[in-house]
Design a protein around this ligand. Structure first.
Ligand code: A2P
Length: 347
């Protein structure tokens, strides 16, 4: 018997016994300044037939060798594959680790954010890079060592090694078609920096001329030694006055403030800067990193902005909007609805 019921209804009930189907919600009116995102191609290489890339570079990319974790910038030559010249800043690509799982099945592909601009690391879109943190942990039940399969495979690869790749993937966490039509606030934690390195190099490193938009990046890390691409980002901010680079260190005091900070804490320490930037109809917010950070960012925005400015980025039921301290992550996106001026990628 074909099941005519909508998902969630009991398969044996008839159409007439079911609760009425919810009416399709009318699309919510969006604030001014909603971006037209750039056109992307996706899934040019599928997991059924991965292409072969070749590692050309692998280097640590934390601010210091003293970092507790290992984060590597791994660059892969994709020339001769369908990815060459066809990925966009902000997209991801897939890596298929070799070998089999404990159950004898091939490993599933893992998606990694592309850290390179559309023109690639090489200026021709033939080499893409990603930012990989080694997953090193203990199994919770018997405390034996747990090594993440794909992250350690990628981090172990030496220049010249081959890697099975797919992609590109992602169409929402990308820049607008005309990046100069907007200003930007980027919030990153950990390897969530990868798509922002990609976007910053896209906008500021363009050999045809740097984009003049106002861009602020807030980068969060446990310790200052864990900051990723810190020297490169510092150099970019020194050569581009329209780019502000702020860090938020969660387990030690900051150079400028005597307390620990999550990224949203920068909305307080730099309140005037953000109030002005976020009041503008041009501004877009991008958030990438640890799951849960988006809630803190929204609460931080609510503490900073008046109701009019806030509704450019987040909307919700009136009772809900009025009490940010009671917000919970599960309220996103139904009771707290980010507008199309907010791009979220949390994991
Ligand atoms: P902490 O772990 O001190 O609580 P990494 O990916 O390198 O572990 O870094 C993630 C960073 O994000 C850490 O500084 C971590 O702080 C911080 N973090 C953890 N939870 C949140 C949250 N809900 N909002 C913002 N930042 C967070």
């Amino acid at each position: 018997m074909t099941d005519p019921s909508p998902i969630g209804a009991h398969p044996m009930t008839t159409q007439s016994e079911q609760a009425p189907r919810p009416r399709r919600a009318t699309p919510e009116a969006q604030p001014a300044g909603v971006p037209e995102l750039c056109d992307v191609e996706q899934h040019l290489i599928t997991p059924a037939a991965p292409a072969v890339g070749r590692v050309v570079e692998s280097r640590l990319c934390t601010a210091s060798r003293k970092a507790a974790g290992f984060v590597r910038h791994v660059a892969i030559d994709v020339s001769g594959t369908p990815l060459a010249g066809r990925f966009r800043a902000g997209q991801s690509f897939g890596v298929v680790p070799p070998g089999l799982t404990d159950k004898g099945k091939p490993h599933k592909l893992r998606l990694y954010s592309i850290a390179s601009p559309t023109r690639g690391e090489d200026g021709k879109g033939q080499v893409l890079a990603t930012t990989v943190k080694r997953t090193i942990d203990e199994h919770w039940d018997d405390h034996t060592l747990l090594l993440g399969v794909a992250s350690n495979f990628l981090c172990d690869l030496q220049p010249g090694a081959e890697v099975a790749i797919t992609g590109p993937a992602g169409k929402r966490f990308v820049l607008p078609k005309d990046p100069s039509a907007h200003d930007y606030v980027f919030f990153a934690t950990g390897t969530g920096i990868a798509p922002f390195r990609s976007m910053l190099l896209e906008m500021l490193g363009d050999p045809a001329g740097a984009c003049q938009s106002r861009i602020t990046l807030v980068m969060g890390a446990p310790y200052a030694t864990d900051l990723i691409y810190h020297d490169e980002l510092t150099a970019l901010s020194q050569t581009h006055p329209n780019f502000t680079y702020l860090t938020a260190i969660s387990r030690e005091r900051q150079d400028d403030v005597d307390r620990k900070l999550y990224v949203q804490g920068r909305l307080e320490t730099h309140a005037d800067h953000f109030r002005d930037l976020l009041a503008s109809e041009r501004t877009l917010i991008y958030v990438c990193g640890i799951a849960g950070m988006e809630l803190g960012v929204f609460q931080g925005l609510a503490g900073l902005l008046d109701a009019g400015a806030m509704e450019q980025y987040l909307r919700g039921e009136p009772g809900v909007m009025g009490s940010p301290s009671a917000w919970e992550r599960r309220m996103i996106p139904r009771q707290l609805r980010p507008t199309r001026r907010v791009m979220l990628e949390v994991y």
